[in-house]
Design a protein around this ligand. Structure first.
Ligand code: GLU
Length: 444
């Protein structure tokens, strides 16, 4: 997943950059640059054919100065500790930036979920919780879904933890199925939160994005009754890389919550498609569901996943994996605004190039923070055993995302003389909060 790039080194470079601006001392910086706890487990799992396979799993608890650690679990054949450490650090900044009472963590298992049956997945999910049970808990570390894990996997994990504890503990894991204590609005929270930030960023950059206020807080099942429409004048063109939960829902929501968005390109792991007249969500998503890839959508030109990044669009949404925009291709990016729905899609070299070209990058730990924010709402609902409706969830999500965006703008202004980019500004807001908590607690 990382290829020749070390995602964690990228994060450490970003921390260094931020530390210089904030003038952090050596001990504080050292603590911020490494996880507080790293766990590696090897788990025996019975396969359907009667054999036993050993799976390696990770959980990194990066920093818990602001509260229990929080973050997703990825299942991927290329999973590795370097990426998990980086993503756990990102979760720390994400929770701090959104002002959630959490630290950051992340987990992963090396496996190919596409080759596991449902019952093998269930046994793997339960094995992971058994291996780590002593380190998890509603006030210790609260996992959630991420790449190739879903509400069903979270529900099995919650059940296993509850069995070990001896009573129901829905608040140990978020992103569960609704019937098992999940929150309304959690499934599209990452993309929905991204749209709220997109609205604010477009306002800030005066991109002329037109919002349909009446639809902003509509539940997905109501929005899905609205057919694809072609935008009129003053079209804002969008390209999306990645068609998993975040990318496909970004396609869906961007063309429903805004009046003048046209999504001209999308891609998945098999390649990309382009049509300058727009790609209708309902048809592309059906082709993806039926054939396994967007590339089989006929009314389009086939392009590579890399080419999707370089199109002359207004807004680019990387929603796939890490290290997609690098020193090699950054100079060819033409969008005015990049909304990072993926975690870690841009390398530090690319950041510098994009900044010098005047491209505004909404960093991952702001752009995709909607997921963990609604996870926080789920945890609050679980703890109080009182559940909210969609509108309440989305309204509160909007308030948190909007506030965080403008706090980043404030930091951009505060350090105007240093000409910092939006990612560094977001770092300043988040790291300052973590450092204040570490100082207040007497750690440094
Ligand atoms: N995995 C998501 C993220 O990267 C959500 C984490 C959570 O809900 O705790 O933000």
């Amino acid at each position: 997943m990382t290829g020749k790039y070390s995602t964690f080194k990228n994060i450490q470079k970003q921390i260094d950059k931020c530390a210089k601006i904030l003038g952090l001392d050596g001990a504080t910086l050292a603590l911020l640059k490494e996880p507080i706890r790293t766990l590696i487990v090897n788990m025996p799992v019975k396969m359907d054919d009667g054999t036993v396979r050993i799976f390696t799993g990770f959980r990194v608890q990066y920093n818990d100065a602001l509260g229990p650690t929080k973050g997703g679990i990825r299942w991927h054949p290329d999973e590795n500790l370097d990426a998990i450490k980086a993503l756990a650090a990102l979760m720390t900044w994400k929770c701090a930036l959104l002002n959630l009472p959490y630290g950051g963590g992340k987990g992963g298992v090396i496996c190919d979920p596409k080759k596991l049956s449902a019952s093998e997945k269930e046994r793997l999910a339960r094995a992971y919780v058994r291996a780590l049970a002593g380190f998890l808990g509603p006030l210790k570390d609260i996992p959630a879904p991420d790449v190739y894990t879903d509400p069903q996997v979270m529900t099995w994990m919650m059940d296993e933890f509850s069995v070990i504890t001896g009573y129901n503990v829905p608040e140990v894991i978020t992103g569960k199925l609704l019937v098992a204590g999940g929150s309304k609005g959690r499934e599209d929270a990452t993309a929905r939160g991204g749209m709220f930030v997109l609205r604010e960023a477009a306002r800030f950059l005066e991109l002329g994005l037109m919002v349909d206020e009446s639809r902003l807080y509509m539940p997905p099942h109501v929005l899905s009754n609205i057919p694809d429409a072609s935008p009129g004048d003053d079209v804002v063109n969008v390209a999306i890389q990645g068609y998993g939960n975040a990318g496909s829902l970004a396609h869906f929501l961007a063309t429903r919550l805004f009046k003048n968005v046209r999504v001209v390109a999308v891609s998945d792991s098999k390649g990309g498609i382009f049509n300058e007249d727009g790609l209708p969500y309902s048809r592309v998503s059906r082709v993806k569901a039926e054939t396994g890839s967007v590339v089989n959508y006929e009314s389009s030109m086939k392009i590579s996943s890399e080419e999707v990044l370089e199109l002359p669009v207004d807004i680019l949404i990387p929603a796939a994996l890490e290290n997609q925009i690098t020193g090699k291709n950054a100079s060819r990016i033409k969008a005015k605004l990049v909304l990072e729905l993926a975690n870690g899609p841009t390398t530090p070299e690319a950041d510098d190039i994009l900044h010098s070209k005047g491209i505004f990058v909404v960093p991952d730990f702001l752009a995709n923070a909607g997921g963990v924010t609604v996870s926080y709402f789920e945890w609050v609902q679980n703890l109080s055993r009182y559940y909210w409706d969609y509108e309440e969830v989305y309204r509160r999500l909007d308030a948190k995302m909007t506030r965080a965006f403008w706090e980043v703008v404030e930091a951009l202004k505060e350090f105007k003389d240093k000409n910092i980019d939006p990612r560094t500004a977001a770092y300043v807001v988040a790291v300052r909060r973590v450092v204040e908590a570490m100082k207040a607690r007497g750690w440094v």
